[in-house]
Design a protein around this ligand. Structure first.
Ligand SMILES: [Zn+2]
Length: 347
């Protein structure tokens, strides 16, 4: 995720609670801040008041620190309260890492979108695909150096160590349907780009928007092409989702995202995110007017700081997302050179 310039947003809670603490962030909504062992060092989990207890929106990652934080919360601020269900916004391990653990322990039902549920299951049962020749060819054919490609064999397998699995049945969340949680009715929204069918929830009556990772106050969510779907256009999906959210969600909604602080200023923030991606496309267009570039050759054009192999894998996925979007829009033309590498030139 990248940092960049942004509009002025309003933060009703200017300080995040310390990791492991729970605060009421709106009537019937509790904000549970959990640590993450990454550069992005935290996630926001929300507890939404439900009939006879609290629904859990995302869980944190499956590691000892997060399990201990849950144990402390269950023995402390949540003692005597009942958890009613788990809602997973998308398959990423910081979001659904502890679903298996919570579901088993409390006998909770799980609700997710269909794509996110089955995608998470597929990653767990077909992890070997991440080492397959076709996956490595995705990196090699679009210009990453052979030693980086070798280092990326199995890129993504660490996922398996950060999740506790999913139950064998779930309730499907469908975009456009409403979901009742306690006294509130939420409209279910889904969007692609960051994840295939990420779920967001909007209570229009109370102007509460649980945005997950789709709109975050300060960071731009990772939008990447992955080896399992090399010709996909996740940036096109992401920009379409942002446009749809701007139509559907009121500008004065209180945005409760999974990272950074909850904020007001949704439409301005959406404008910033769109501008951020347009800027990146402009940088790529300029480079590809000067000379044909493979996606691998565009990585240092967009990311000027030094990157290790793992970071290069993520940066490469983001570059390919922009390149595929620009190909789909006719801004770039793809050619295979005599060296067998795919490069793009400005149309
Ligand atoms: Zn995510």
């Amino acid at each position: 995720m990248a940092q960049h310039q942004q509009s002025i947003l309003h933060f009703p809670h200017p300080e995040a609670p310390p990791n492991g603490a729970i605060v009421e962030v709106a009537p019937g909504v509790r904000w549970f801040r959990l640590a993450l062992p990454f550069a992005l060092n935290h996630i926001n989990v929300y507890l939404i008041e439900d009939d006879g207890g609290w629904a859990v929106l995302d869980t944190g990652i499956a590691d000892d620190v997060t399990r201990d934080a849950w144990e402390a919360a269950l023995a402390g601020p949540l003692a005597g309260t009942r958890l009613t269900r788990v809602i997973g916004t998308h398959f990423h391990p910081d979001h659904i890492g502890l679903v298996g653990w919570l579901v088993e322990r409390f006998g909770l039902p799980l609700a997710m979108s269909r794509t996110e549920y089955f995608f998470a299951q597929t990653l767990r049962t077909h992890a070997d695909a991440l080492r397959s020749p076709a996956h490595l060819a995705f990196y090699a054919d679009r210009g990453l150096a052979p030693e980086v490609v070798t280092a990326l064999r199995g890129h993504g397998l660490s996922y398996l160590g950060m999740v506790t699995g999913l139950p064998t049945t779930y309730t499907r969340l469908v975009a456009g349907n409403t979901l009742r949680i306690g006294g509130r009715e939420f409209m279910i929204h889904t969007g692609g780009g960051h994840a295939p069918e990420q779920v967001m929830l909007y209570c229009a009556a109370d102007r509460l928007f649980f945005a997950a990772d789709q709109v975050i106050a300060k960071i731009s969510p990772n939008v990447s092409v992955w080896p399992w779907e090399p010709a996909s256009d996740p940036l096109g999906e992401y920009l379409a989702s942002l446009a749809a959210l701007r139509e559907a969600i009121a500008d004065d909604a209180f945005v409760l995202s999974a990272h950074n602080l909850p904020f007001h200023g949704l439409h301005a923030r959406i404008g910033d995110l769109i501008a951020h991606h347009r800027d990146r496309c402009a940088v790529i267009a300029k480079a590809c007017r000067e000379a044909p570039h493979s996606a691998g050759e565009l990585v240092p054009v967009l990311f000027t700081r030094p990157l290790d192999a793992h970071q290069t894998g993520f940066a490469f996925g983001e570059v390919v997302a922009h390149v595929n979007f620009m190909i789909a829009h006719g801004d770039l033309l793809q050619r295979t050179g005599p060296d067998g590498l795919s490069r793009t030139v400005a149309a």
